[in-house]
Write a protein that binds this ligand. Structure first.
Ligand code: GLA
Length: 413
């Protein structure tokens, strides 16, 4: 905190008015379920982005400098679609667009520091959006309430071009120390699930970056479209109307769905689906920023199999935590990873090897966490095995690997 205050003062010649402390998040289970309206079970961790801010005299200019993100951003308020000079500037302009109505005309200086590593699957981008929104609102004397923060941060994050769900922002804002946060989206609900004694968590880097602005974004959006196609085709067969965009969550409970999933096409393009009349093209490909090739065949059957089975694992994992059944919890993490690898297709050889190494070193279970395609893996570990698992993870993945604890959500100081 002191370091960030000093860095702010050194840069802007005065102390910050507020500092928003936004944690990273690690998803325990429920991967790639949120944008289908199906549940997730993340924790916030004790690694943070610290977003220091104070109003400035510059007419409507928000300046953001950072230790983590380069080069500094300068966004003029009220200008739609201004050019960006680095991928991370999209988050800044996305956030600035979300505070358009606040204290019209006033600018702000911002410095972002902290110990949350970027581009790794620990949600640095959502921490940035949430932290920036909270800091700007507070600096301008109109702090946003927590529900509004989550809703607006989701929209701001999508300015990066990834059509993400709402897990990260809700976890960062609403997490409680010592608890995981079960988040449901349809209907919206949240409950804290106590982490039982005897359960520690290790996260380890696979050595492959997973920047949300790059290739991982296309792979991510392809799967969002595939999930919508699966929902539309299944709903068409069952004979129910879905909302827009179509989401698997609305039909996940129907008896026959598990059987019908196996009859879905392996891959199909949005154009082909629209010709069947199951859904309009616009419903399938609507993305806020990214362009999507309508002719591109996207995976459907295996993807839907993963999403539906993962949703059941979230219920089972919550029950296992509540019952203190750590062995069962670990097995569910393993099953999640296997499903993400074999069916969903977002693991990498490095993540597979890392999980294997951590299991061999005594983890109860291990899986990739976050969007995948690189980034971090998570292991559930008996406390006495933490050192061994950290050593094995560092050897297999190159590090960094560290223990994390379920921590509190956003704080504004
Ligand atoms: C990213 C997104 C989340 C979620 C995960 C996968 O972190 O931001 O909304 O979809 O991927 O579970």
């Amino acid at each position: 905190m002191e370091q960030v205050r000093l860095a702010f003062a050194a840069r802007y010649g005065r102390p910050p008015a507020v500092v928003a402390v936004a944690p990273g998040r690690v998803n325990l289970i429920g991967e790639h379920t949120d944008y289908s309206g199906l549940p997730v079970l993340p924790i916030a961790i004790e690694r943070h982005l610290l977003v220091a801010s104070a109003p400035n005299d510059a007419e409507a200019v928000v300046r953001v400098a950072s230790e983590q993100f380069d080069p500094p951003a300068e966004v003029v308020r009220g200008i739609a679609n201004a050019p960006v000079h680095a991928p991370w500037h999209r988050y800044v302009s996305g956030v600035v667009a979300q505070v358009e109505g606040v204290s019209g005309g006033v600018g702000a200086d911002v410095f972002v520091g902290g110990d949350l590593p970027p581009a790794s699957g620990l949600s640095s981008s959502a921490a940035l959006s949430v932290g920036l929104l909270a800091a700007l609102g507070a600096a301008w004397g109109e702090p946003l309430d927590r529900e509004t923060l989550v809703a607006r941060a989701i929209v701001a994050d999508r300015a990066s071009g990834a059509e993400t769900g709402g897990m990260d922002q809700a976890a960062i804002v609403f997490a409680q120390a010592g608890h995981a946060l079960r988040i449901d989206f349809e209907p919206p609900a949240r409950r804290a699930v106590a982490i039982p004694p005897g359960l520690a968590f290790v996260v380890a880097n696979s050595g492959v970056e997973a920047p949300k602005g790059g290739a991982a974004r296309d792979a991510y959006n392809e799967r969002v479209v595939g999930a919508r196609i699966a929902a539309a085709m299944l709903a068409d067969q069952i004979g129910v109307d879905l909302t827009n965009p179509p989401r698997l969550g609305e039909i996940a409970g129907v008896d026959v769905v598990d059987i019908l999933v196996e009859e879905l096409p392996e891959r199909i393009s949005p154009v082909e689906v629209s010709r069947t009349g199951a859904a309009g093209l616009e419903q399938l490909v609507q993305l806020t920023a990214a362009r999507f090739d309508h002719m591109r065949k996207v995976p459907v059957r295996k993807l839907a199999r993963h999403i539906l089975s993962e949703s059941v694992r979230v219920d089972e994992a919550e029950a296992a935590l509540t019952a203190g059944d750590l062995v069962r919890f670990g097995k569910l993490l393993d099953a999640s990873h296997e499903s993400l690898r074999a069916d969903f297709g977002c693991s990498t050889p490095e993540l597979d090897a890392l999980c294997k190494a951590m299991r061999r070193a005594g983890a109860l279970g291990a899986r990739l966490t976050g969007a995948g395609f690189g980034g971090y893996a998570l292991a559930a570990v008996p406390p006495e095995q933490v050192e061994a698992v950290l050593a094995a993870a560092t050897e297999a993945g190159g590090g960094p690997a560290f223990e994390v604890h379920a921590s509190a959500g956003l704080e504004v100081v």
